[in-house]
Ligand binder design. Structure first.
Ligand code: ADP
Length: 635
């Protein structure tokens, strides 16, 4: 336990049990946490902005302790997506409270930092600690902003940074047994957990990261849903058969048709369920992802999967589902007779071991795009020179666990790159979704188009890699900005891309081309030709598959892009009821899987917006099967 004597009253005990865990284990809904965060983030006001300019926020200093002046201070630093402010109080020369008062970083990452680091700083009265895994940029911004505020208060930063190293502390789980144990708190895991809990089963979710949401959280959140309400409003004809066929074709007919059939038949129902049962805020606009014959993909408000995962997390809290973060599942323990799982061994972030037992288990650990060794085992071209868009938690732990119990894998060699990512960091710039809303043209260094902008991801990735410098530029204009609002929704990306020279803008095509160092004359000709074809409504060069809009409204923008590893299509083989299988194809009785850890649903290539459909549909399948399993049955 912490040396409580060192702590000040305000946050003395918060690191021992995160607010998230407290909410889960005490059965309190996430309201307190959400309310707390809302209160923190409510600081994002002009008043907070004034405070962030470096003045003591709460009026006159109250007392002086050595060189330290009591009072309230706000410090500022650059976060992942813009400014991050920290506001803290100093009383009697000690830090008594500290909070993040402004941040536009991904909410799940801000929460993970806000739940842990403020309490740690107050308890240890230092700035010497590790970053929160998976939120390193937000952690660094928190520390820099805290240092800014503490410098204003007169603290000696060097001694704060050189103080004794402070570690996070964790409260032990309240229970280690449940009807259903879910491994992984991404989209699939939470959907499976909610589905099982809805039948009255007790459920525990184990999550290795400090934050909840996985790759689903950092995705754009698009979900294919054939026959949806927006299609009906827009008069777009669609069918389950067409969607299934697109999915099969998109994966070179290497997917399991029975699984694709389940995906197609249940995607719309799952999207409606997410909306009606959990309040997932689908926006009023459809996106047209590559490989789909018609526009059929719903997108959450803000084009962020975080809208889905935060709705699911809130629902899990409300349903009394315990979610233990920082708890990495390592080893499945089988019944000596095989085919049935008894428990799973876990290692918490502080190294302590736990064993969780259950009636049924759902493996929902996501993909392996962030595991260089594993991905190169299956595709040696995806070496360290290829960035990844995936969350740091996508390391294929589920694959290792599956191998450990000799479970069947399928399609492991199918690894997808996303064509239009930031060439510097590898991040997927959702700003570049301008392309998916019919507002972006792809050109090369020579100023020429080279592929259909709405082609399949694998085809487009390959085409980009074949261009000069193995990259391309996405061109859009002021009309695209106005129509899509993407520059506002993804202002952080725009700021970052502009700062590192990846995105440039200018009032004429010649100027923007010069800023991007691409052929200006050729770009002007390319756009003139495009505009003529747009007027005629036909792309004679690359068969553009959606509405063609003229590009003629300044300012013009060019964003450099290159492919990054994005999704691993292969994984554990499942039956139509979500059962994992042994090497000879026999299903495990009580072990199910869902989401990116599975294989067989997308063949060699996953279509855009099919991952969210996959996790929602098969998360429900696995949750239903796990809840229906009668312990002891099977043999
Ligand atoms: P999906 O879309 O299939 O749900 P995600 O990437 O969204 O995939 O979620 C997978 C989750 O599983 C992530 O939050 C990840 O951190 C978590 N995870 C991965 N490996 C483990 C593990 N060994 N133990 C617990 N959680 C894990």
């Amino acid at each position: 336990m912490a040396d409580q004597n060192k702590s000040t009253p305000t946050h003395a005990d918060s690191p021992a049990l995160s607010r998230r865990e407290f909410a889960a284990v005490s059965g309190v809904a996430g309201a307190a946490l959400v309310g707390g965060m809302a209160a923190c983030l409510a600081g994002n006001t002009p008043a907070a902005a004034e405070e962030s300019s470096g003045q003591a926020a709460a009026g006159k200093p109250e007392a002086m302790q050595g060189g330290i002046t009591d009072g309230s201070y706000t410090g500022t630093a650059q976060g992942r997506n813009g400014q991050l402010d920290v506001t803290l109080s100093v009383e009697g020369g000690a830090i008594t409270s500290i909070e993040i008062s402004r941040s536009s970083d991904t909410p799940g990452m801000v929460e993970a930092v806000a739940e842990r680091l403020p309490g740690l700083v107050v308890r240890s009265q230092s700035l010497n600690y590790d970053a929160i895994t998976g939120a390193t940029i937000t952690s660094a911004a928190f520390t820099a902003a805290a240092a800014d505020a503490l410098a204003q208060a007169g603290f000696d930063l060097e001694s704060l940074k050189n103080a004794e190293f402070a570690s996070l502390e964790y409260e032990d789980p309240v229970g280690t047994e449940a009807d259903v144990i879910v491994i992984g708190a991404g989209g699939a895991g939470m959907v499976a957990a909610l589905t099982a809990a809805a039948t009255g089963k007790s459920v525990i979710i184990l999550e290795k990261m400090p934050m909840i949401g996985g790759n689903t959280m950092i995705s754009g959140g698009g979900m294919a849903a054939p026959g949806n309400w927006l299609q009906q409003e827009e008069g777009i004809e669609d069918s389950l058969e067409l969607y299934a066929q697109d999915t099969l074709d998109g994966g070179d007919n290497l997917a399991d048709p029975a699984l694709v059939d389940i995906l197609a038949s249940n995607a719309l129902d799952a999207a409606t369920w997410l909306r009606d049962a959990y309040g997932v805020p689908w926006s009023g606009r459809l996106a047209f992802f590559g490989g789909h014959s018609v526009k059929r993909s719903l997108v959450p408000e803000g084009e962020s999967g975080a809208a889905i995962t935060s709705a699911l997390e809130t629902a899990c809290r409300a349903a009394g589902i315990a979610i233990y973060t920082d708890m990495r599942a390592t080893t499945p323990v089988l019944d000596p007779r095989g085919l049935s799982m008894r428990s799973v061994l876990c290692t918490r972030a502080d190294g302590q071991e736990f064993e969780f037992s259950g009636g049924a288990f759902v493996l929902a650990t996501g993909g392996f795009g962030s595991n260089l060794g594993l991905r190169m085992e299956y595709d040696s071209t995806l070496d360290e020179n290829v960035h990844s868009t995936c969350s740091v938690g996508s390391t294929g732990d589920g694959i290792h666990m599956a191998n450990y119990i000799s479970a069947l894998l399928t399609g492991m060699e199918y690894i997808q790159t996303y064509p239009t990512c930031d060439p510097v960091t590898g991040a997927l710039y959702y700003l570049y979704d301008m392309r998916l809303y019919d507002r972006g043209l792809l050109v090369n260094k020579e100023g020429l188009r080279f592929a259909g902008e709405l082609s399949r991801r694998d085809i487009l990735s390959q085409a980009i890699l074949e261009q000069t410098d193995s990259c391309a530029w996405l061109l859009w204009d002021g009309a695209g900005v106005k129509e899509t609002g993407l520059l506002e929704t993804h202002a952080g990306e725009y700021a970052q891309g502009s700062a590192n020279g990846v995105i440039v803008s200018a009032d004429s095509l010649a100027e923007v081309a010069a800023a991007a160092s691409i052929d200006a004359e050729a770009l002007e000709k390319t756009v003139e030709h495009w505009n003529q074809m747009a007027d005629a409504g036909e792309d004679r060069d690359f068969g553009y598959r959606s509405t063609m809009h003229r590009i003629d409204t300044p300012p013009y923008y060019l964003g450099r892009c290159a492919p990054s590893v994005h999704h691993t299509m292969g994984g554990v083989a499942i039956t139509p009821t979500g059962n994992m299988q042994s090497l000879d194809g026999t299903p495990f009785f009580n072990l199910f899987a869902a989401g990116e850890v599975t294989g067989g649903i997308h063949g060699s290539n996953r279509l855009g917006s099919n991952a969210i459909a996959d996790m929602a549909v098969f998360g429900r399948v696995a949750g239903e099967s796990a809840a229906a399993f009668v312990p002891g049955s099977g043999y």
